[in-house]
Design a protein around this ligand. Structure first.
Ligand code: CA
Length: 243
């Protein structure tokens, strides 16, 4: 329906708002603009995906119920193009959708109705984590090698010596980095959640751990790299070399 609308200021982070209820989309865009975020509004998934081929957003805010396709499908296709942080909006408060959203690589989730300022707080938190992960938290290091895997911080990609590869969401990459920084030590769930100011998902760490395992482990049911220490937390069982 409507062409995208741009809320400006060229150097600020660009967000896509994919939401077919224009009142909501415009309210979000103007609230985000107050806090210095640029955004473009799309009322269809296809519109956002077409635009993403030419212009990469740092974060996509996705409504699950779009007229032309499911928001989770939009998320999947966006992330096939390049890693992009994602926050899901929905009127459905189902656990299945929540877990599915996280499994597909969403970084956070808000159920309607919500306060626009709450959304801004979530967006900031995601971007902070994302930038930390993507940039230079490790000083000059650009990659970490462990258990025949190479993790590239800039592209959030994983490559195995045997040719397998995978791309992580910002949240998964942050979690993997936490583990890689302290290999062979038990990290509690609290330590792994630590950097988050808001944690609406009790299961988010577990979901992300299992998603990481599916990417890293030969048998995710019998993990050799990310081990569960019952009653304590998780442990990365590998030696890590930063490069
Ligand atoms: Ca909708």
């Amino acid at each position: 329906m409507s062409p995208h609308e741009v809320f400006k200021d060229k150097d600020n982070p660009l967000l896509f708002i994919v939401e077919d209820e224009l009142d909501i989309a415009r309210l979000l865009a103007s609230t985000l603009a107050e806090y210095g975020f640029r955004s473009e509004i799309f009322t269809t998934g296809r519109g956002a995906l077409a635009r993403a081929r030419r212009l990469q957003p740092e974060l996509a805010i996705l409504d699950l119920g779009l007229p032309d396709m499911d928001g989770l499908q939009v998320l999947r296709e966006l992330q096939e193009q390049h890693p992009c942080a994602a926050l899901i909006l929905t009127g459905r408060d189902g656990l299945t959708d929540r877990v599915l959203g996280l499994e597909l690589g969403a970084d956070d989730y808000l159920v309607k109705p919500f306060e626009p300022r709450e959304l801004v707080a979530r967006v900031r938190s995601i971007l902070r984590r994302y930038q930390k992960t993507a940039s230079h938290e490790q000083g000059q290091h650009t990659q970490a090698c462990f258990a025949d895997w190479r993790f590239e911080l800039g592209s959030l990609s994983l490559r195995h010596a045997d040719g397998r590869s995978a791309t992580l969401s910002a949240a998964e990459a942050a979690l993997l980095q936490s583990l890689l920084r302290r290999p062979n030590k038990i990290l509690t769930r609290e330590q792994l959640i630590g950097e988050r100011e808001l944690d609406p998902f009790d299961r988010s760490i577990d979901v992300r751990i299992s998603r990481l395992r599916r990417k890293l482990e030969i048998d995710p049911q019998d993990p050799k790299i990310i081990k569960t220490v019952y009653g304590a937390g998780y442990l990365l069982s590998a030696s890590v070399e930063w490069q």
